[in-house]
Design a binder for this molecule. Structure first.
Ligand code: FE2
Length: 284
């Protein structure tokens, strides 16, 4: 009976599976991350989790559970926490989200760690969303940073610039939670492209708007060793959320409803990026 106390988080950490990839965070003023994927992977599927909103009264927990199971059993898939993993509503949050949320933000954080522990070895990094910013702005408490500690993930407070090295390629990803409140298709597209004028990436990936979007932008680059030009198109993505619309703050405010779930980008050996999104529903 004289056993040392072991935290619930430590018990989860003991069950983490071994990573197949290597993740290096260089000492840098930039939010850089270098990921190397084994060359015996045939393709790489990127399937990030944005706007899961664990604890939201309107969360589609069934769909999230289904996708977690897919992430767990699918080979060659990588993911990251794109922010708003938890509802984290406070008494200063808009609408009735604090009253209608399930569990306290503290409980939501543990639930998130528990749900994500089985896929921890497939996670690359974590960034916060505006829901994590609520407690950070009010009290300096950043749930996304805490969750990243629990899951032993590199954490970045805004952007993550991640280079994925695999089969001679360097796929460059610019990930951010997203910002603003764009409601029209054009404004959402502009929001998704917001980082393009000052940076050079192959994938620009945000969430936040709860409006899935996939946009391919023609780009060129130069081979520094030969001085020759080549095509290097960008995939600009907004991930959907796991929040239902009707009954939500978004419906009350007549924000546009958006699809739910995951968007996936497949990285191919020849450098091509295939984007897959899902238009759900029956066609009766
Ligand atoms: Fe969100």
């Amino acid at each position: 009976m004289n056993e040392e106390f072991v935290s619930r988080i430590e018990l989860l950490q003991r069950k983490f599976k071994k990573r197949e990839i290597s993740i290096i965070r260089p000492d840098s003023e930039f939010p850089e991350l270098l990921v190397t994927v084994p060359d015996d992977w045939k393709t790489i599927q990127l399937a990030p989790l944005y706007d899961v909103h664990i604890g939201s009264g309107e969360q589609d927990a069934e769909l999230f559970a289904k996708h977690l199971e897919w992430l767990s059993r699918t080979q060659n898939v990588l993911t990251w926490n794109g922010g708003d993993m938890c509802e984290n509503a406070t008494k200063y949050s808009p609408g009735a989200s604090a009253i209608c949320q399930k569990g306290t933000p503290n409980q939501q954080l543990f639930d998130a760690a528990k749900l994500l522990a089985p896929i921890q070895h497939k996670m690359l990094f974590a960034i916060p969303g505006n829901h994590e910013d609520r407690t950070f702005n009010e009290a300096g408490l950043d749930g996304a940073a805490q969750l990243a500690e629990h899951l032993r993930l590199p954490y970045f407070p805004d952007y993550c610039f991640c280079t994925i090295k695999w089969r001679g390629n360097n796929f460059r990803l610019c990930a951010h939670h997203g910002s603003g409140a764009a409601q029209t298709p054009g404004a959402q597209r502009n929001a998704a492209r917001k980082d393009m004028p000052w940076s050079h990436f192959d994938l620009f990936w945000t969430g936040h708007l709860h409006q899935p979007m996939g946009d391919i932008v023609y780009q060129t680059d130069f081979d520094q060793s030969t001085g020759r030009i080549f095509e290097r198109d960008a995939a600009v993505l907004i991930s959907p959320s796991y929040v239902r619309y009707f009954g939500s703050y978004a419906a009350k405010k007549r924000m546009v409803p958006g699809g739910r779930g995951l968007s996936v980008a497949v990285l191919n050996e020849d450098g091509r990026i295939d984007v897959s999104m899902h238009a759900r529903g029956k066609r009766i």
